[in-house]
Design a binder for this molecule. Structure first.
Ligand code: ZN
Length: 168
């Protein structure tokens, strides 16, 4: 395994069957750095290039990183683990997609050469939740009004009534 070059040369890498692995830091990705607060955390990237159906260049890979975002419920930091994985086939004609395994996501008319950082950024950003939130009840739990608390007790009150009526 070797470090990932700055630019991806799609057909050339795919023909050689290159496999890359590299650990970046979040701040290496300007568009990710802009939206998170853990800019020094690692980003592990694996990319595997190959040719499918004798002519279609493909990239299979995965990225592992944590992103620290603002929870949209309590506005405190929430750290989420992201692990986007992708299996992309770069086709020239739409009909090339018909012969491909359905597990591929097809990309039409990509450039032959493109920025590795921008490519990885796109794959990461689509895996970032639109509304990041803590998995536990953060703000809403603390802010519950007495009225809602009263409502939440009701199911138990009903159960209590049922138990009592059964006894009679
Ligand atoms: Zn929260």
């Amino acid at each position: 395994m070797q470090g990932i070059p700055t630019n991806i040369k799609l057909l050339s890498f795919a023909k050689k069957g290159l496999i890359f692995s590299q650990t970046y830091t979040v701040k290496d990705f300007p568009r990710i750095k802009d939206i998170v607060s853990n800019v020094d955390d690692p980003v592990e990237v694996k990319l595997n290039f190959y040719i499918e159906n004798n002519k279609i260049p493909c990239i299979e890979g995965n990225v592992k990183l944590d992103v620290a975002l603002d929870c949209q419920r309590c506005l405190k930091e929430v750290k989420l683990h992201l692990n986007p994985a992708f299996k992309l086939a770069f086709i020239i004609h739409e009909n090339q997609a018909e012969d491909l395994d359905p597990g591929f996501e097809t990309i039409l008319n990509a450039s032959e050469e493109f920025s590795t950082i921008e490519f990885i950024t796109d794959e990461v950003l689509i895996s970032v939740p639109m509304i990041p939130m803590h998995s536990h009840e953060c703000q809403s739990y603390k802010d519950e009004s007495p009225v809602i608390k009263q409502k939440r007790k009701n199911p138990f009150a009903v159960l209590e009534q049922l138990k009592n009526s059964n006894k009679e």
